[in-house]
Design a protein around this ligand. Structure first.
Ligand SMILES: [Zn+2]
Ligand SMILES: [Zn+2]
Length: 121
């Protein structure tokens, strides 16, 4: 086996089995943290309000369309204007984890979707 394999296995709490072939239950380059990480977009799509990673009023849908609580609970009535899914509070990432897993800085601002809903209300 390669030199780094044992360390990788230990990182994920796996016991490498050494009976001729190395066998793991997950691929060795699979990083569950990278794979499951939220983008934590920096602002509301409707009003462009800043929503830092520790914001308590950030709302997201399952695609991580991101809105502030004011827009989500107000004009959007809890429904994402892009996909029609539910908007729920976004979990906050502990500050200690942000250094290694920084939030997205890519701002998404699509006021058109929100304006459309507002005109229907
Ligand atoms: Zn907003
Ligand atoms: Zn959505």
């Amino acid at each position: 086996m390669k030199a780094g394999d044992k360390d990788n296995a230990a990182r994920f709490g796996l016991e490498p089995r050494e009976h001729g072939r190395v066998c793991y239950s997950v691929p060795i380059d699979f990083n569950p943290f990278e794979a499951a990480m939220l983008l934590l977009r920096p602002g509301c799509e409707c009003c462009d309000k800043d929503l830092p990673p520790d914001a308590q009023d950030a709302r997201i849908c399952s695609f991580e369309c991101t809105f502030c609580a004011g827009c989500a609970d107000g004009v959007l009535a809890g429904i994402c204007p892009n996909c029609g899914g539910e908007l729920l509070p976004r979990p906050r990432r502990p500050a200690a984890k942000l250094a290694a897993n920084p939030a997205s800085t890519q701002r998404v601002f699509k006021p058109a979707g929100c304006a459309k809903l507002a005109s229907l209300a």
